[in-house]
Design a binder for this molecule. Structure first.
Ligand SMILES: Nc1nc2c(c(=O)[nH]1)N[C@H]1C(S)=C(S)[C@@H](COP(=O)(O)OP(=O)(O)OC[C@H]3O[C@@H](n4cnc5c(=O)[nH]c(N)nc54)[C@H](O)[C@@H]3O)O[C@H]1N2
Ligand SMILES: Nc1nc2c(c(=O)[nH]1)N[C@H]1C(S)=C(S)[C@@H](COP(=O)(O)OP(=O)(O)OC[C@H]3O[C@@H](n4cnc5c(=O)[nH]c(N)nc54)[C@H](O)[C@@H]3O)O[C@H]1N2
Ligand code: SF4
Ligand SMILES: [Mo]
Length: 700
């Protein structure tokens, strides 16, 4: 199960040192990298050719990691605000001065109510050491508010947990052997490149590729079939497919009997869903539903790569639930190359409590702030159920001024004069521009880390390749330093990064033979998880079965089956709003940026010189808009400018805006999240980025 990586030469004849690293970015691929270092300077990064999923290839973005690391605008010393908030005036201060002042401000707040302090972080780095390890310990010890990290995946995660029991599924490497691959809600070529390579292998061996996406993206264009449904209608399509599977008896009755829960209930509901009914909700042809159902029902090694695009709408959690029922109906799970993959992260045995030390809460249970509604939270005056007003925000590994929904409110919050904000960053991001202190953090080449993945089954270790640039410090060190300043003597605040990495690996059979020393030496190592994890059932649900029905819903008298829930903002649910703002806005990632990371890397911004808006020819004609024209995109929450691209790759009534631009690098200083709202998904309390109505007009 654990193929040993061949030993790499550590130093070549010319004196170049080769260091094993891991891509830290928020991407399912978590590539194993090799960094060449000469005279203390990193001179090359490349993909590890021996690592099975990386296969020697890094994406265009991370191929430019040196340009990012050695960027002239790296923040390399602590900065203290020296003018009004947002003025951009900062002065360099020593680490001692910065840490002393920050610690005394936090101490003073903690004496009144530590919940007034809020950490804000996501996946700028996915490393377990530079993520929620020392940081979590510090905030737990303080008794600060806890953060619900919902901004990406919580709706799908909860949906999948209800059906399969966790973020578990197929081994991505098995997709190479699938006969049918359904890519559902994902632009793999952009966001999951190494999966796409495996899908290509399957295609060359004769597999059929299907894409289900409201936008004909690069991936859809290269699939055999594309079902271009209305956004937020995926659950209806899944029910349409289930109806056909039941009516045509494309079912594995033994698998259903032995390994699933609630089939009779599902069967009855599925029979109410004809292809015509599903097609009507989804804006498809009934024949398309029939055709996909026949393909899926008659292919044993049928695999679904469901991704997060489709769960960023009101009904996203239930959509994932409905889709997750499909492979158990046909028994596709019996095949290693059949089943479904949303995320592999639940297969990793991580010793969370050892890393984060919730015991340091010492019986307290601080309130939880949802990061997806940080705009409202920052503007809350305090009191009532909310608890104390937020007086301090400590941001690391995230850029909320750009990535969080309803930027207007987020920015108003961040601009509050009575908010004390500390931002740990590589760059002067839009968020850092509103900080009281900007603390220089190291990049992946400068610190140690250990990564799990959400798209494959390998642990990947990251050795520091070069010394920290300037005065930069690893996140872990900054939180360690703050803990010392706050007088916390608990031994855990003395743990080194090596110790943290070692603690992250749970003592669990899945980690057999994989301690941190081994991973460092080998670079990476594969989890011991069966190729076909649910061939014999054994789902990690309480029932051990694939749960078509969710027992807690049944017990509470609610409908226990996956629901079809239409978007908050669409013509069916809000006709008056849709009359004023008739276009559905999707805002998926741009290929050459990673969320808001890399937007400041010049060689990458050259590919996407300014924000683009894809608009259907009929919508363009109705507004007398032409190719290349600058347009204004707006609704009641905000506006933004973009260059219009007239194309039938998008549906009529639907526009697509690509990427999360730095506000200060956009022509109008705005971003797409000026338009999005803070309402939450049906499950998991996640954001609804792709559930948003707008209007478009010529820019004046
Ligand atoms: N280059 C690049 N790669 C990235 C990222 C990036 O910013 N840039 N971001 C990374 C991150 S943080 C994540 S979470 C991952 C995951 O990435 P995802 O969130 O899966 O993003 P995409 O793969 O672009 O897929 C989004 C797709 O979903 C479609 N979509 C939108 N609404 C719906 C819907 O209602 N139904 C269906 N069926 N489809 C819908 C969009 O049109 C788009 O094609 O990608 C990671 N990889
Ligand atoms: N409209 C719309 N909005 C979206 C999305 C969308 O598709 N549409 N996608 C959403 C998704 S899926 C996600 S995951 C979120 C992503 O939101 P974020 O996790 O905030 O991702 P980034 O924008 O990449 O910001 C990460 C920041 O962390 C910094 N960073 C990186 N490594 C380190 C480190 O080691 N130390 C420190 N201190 N800082 C570091 C980077 O410089 C960068 O500025 O955005 C969400 N927002
Ligand atoms: S961003 Fe994704 S594809 Fe690119 S190097 Fe990192 S893990 Fe690999
Ligand atoms: Mo994400």
């Amino acid at each position: 199960m654990n193929p040993a990586a061949p030993a790499q030469p550590r130093v070549d004849a010319g004196g170049t040192r080769l260091v094993r690293a891991a891509c830290p970015h928020d991407c399912p691929d978590t590539c194993a990298m090799l960094v060449s270092v000469r005279d203390g300077v990193a001179v090359q990064v490349r993909g590890d050719p021996a690592h099975p999923t990386t296969a020697g290839v890094l994406c265009t973005k991370v191929s430019r990691y040196l340009e990012r690391t050695y960027h002239p605008q790296r923040v390399l010393q602590p900065l203290r605000r020296s003018g009004p908030k947002g003025s951009g005036a900062y002065e360099a201060v020593s680490w001692d001065a910065a840490l002393d002042d920050i610690a005394s401000r936090l101490r003073a707040l903690a004496q009144v109510d530590p919940q007034a302090i809020v950490p804000y972080s996501y996946a700028g780095t996915m490393g377990l050491v530079q993520g929620e390890a020392m940081a979590a310990r510090l905030f737990h010890r303080l008794g600060a508010s806890r953060l619900d990290r919902t901004i990406c995946a919580s709706a799908g995660a909860e949906g999948l947990r209800q059906v399969l029991g966790g973020l578990v599924g197929m081994d991505v490497e098995q997709f190479a052997h699938s006969r049918l691959i359904v890519i559902w809600g994902s632009n793999s070529i952009t966001s999951n490149l190494h999966f796409w390579s495996l899908a290509q292998k399957a295609r060359r061996a004769g597999a059929t590729l299907v894409c289900i996406d409201p936008w004909r993206n690069d991936t859809a264009r290269r699939c055999h079939l594309h079902l271009q449904l209305r956004p937020g209608t995926d659950a209806a399509l899944a029910w349409g497919l289930m109806g056909e599977l039941v009516r045509n008896d494309w079912l594995d009755h033994d698998y259903i009997r032995d390994h699933t829960l609630g089939f009779e209930t599902l069967r009855e509901r599925a029979l109410q869903w004809t292809p015509e009914r599903a097609a009507q909700v989804c804006g498809l042809q009934a024949q398309q539903v029939r055709e996909l159902a026949a393909l899926f029902g008659r292919t044993r090694a049928a695999a679904i790569r469901v991704n997060y695009g489709l769960q960023r709408v009101r009904g996203g959690g239930n959509a994932v639930r409905a889709i997750a029922c499909l492979p158990a109906l046909t028994g596709a799970w019996r095949e290693p190359a059949g089943g479904l993959l949303l995320s592999s992260s639940g297969h990793f045995a991580v010793a969370r409590d050892a890393l984060e030390r919730p015991d340091l809460l010492a019986g307290r249970s601080p309130r939880i702030i949802n990061m997806s509604t940080i705009g409202d939270a920052l503007l809350h005056p305090g009191g009532g159920d909310f608890g104390p007003r937020i007086d301090a925000l400590v941001v690391y590994n995230s850029n909320p001024a750009v990535v969080a929904p309803e930027s207007g409110k987020v920015l108003r919050g961040l601009r509050r004069d009575d908010l004390f904000t500390v931002v740990l960053e590589h760059f002067r991001t839009d968020t850092a521009d509103l900080a009281d202190y900007i603390l220089p953090a190291t990049t992946q080449l400068e610190h140690l880390d250990l990564l799990k993945a959400y798209g494959h089954r390998y642990w990947v270790a990251n050795e520091p390749a070069i010394a920290p640039l300037g005065q930069a410090r690893p996140n872990s060190q900054i939180f360690r330093d703050l803990a010392a300043r706050l007088g916390y003597a608990d031994a855990c605040f003395g743990d080194t990064d090596e110790e943290l990495a070692a603690q992250a690996l749970a003592d669990d059979p899945r980690n057999a033979g994989l301690d941190f020393a081994t991973l460092r030496r080998q670079g990476w190592g594969k989890l011991a998880v069966p190729d076909a994890p649910f061939a014999h059932g054994a789902f990690p649900t309480p029932s051990g079965r694939c749960q078509f029905v969710y027992p807690p819903d049944a017990q509470a008298g609610r409908d226990p089956l996956p629901q079809v829930i239409l978007p908050y903002e669409c013509a069916h649910t809000q006709p008056e709003l849709a009359a004023r703002y008739p276009l559905a806005l999707l805002s998926p990632p741009a290929r050459h940026f990673l969320n808001s990371s890399f937007v400041n890397v010049e060689s990458l911004r050259r590919h996407d010189a300014e924000p683009r808006l894809l608009l259907h020819p009929r919508d363009a004609a109705a507004r007398a808009l032409v190719q290349g024209q600058r347009v204004r995109l707006f609704n009641d929450r905000g506006e933004m400018l973009a260059r219009c691209e007239v194309t039938d790759d998008t549906r009529e009534g639907q526009v697509v805006s690509l990427g999360l631009w730095w506000r200060k690098l956009a022509p109008d200083g705005r971003g797409v999240n000026d338009l999005t709202h803070q309402r939450l998904t049906d499950l998991g309390a996640g954001p609804c980025f792709h559930d948003c109505l707008v209007q478009v007009e010529p820019a004046s």
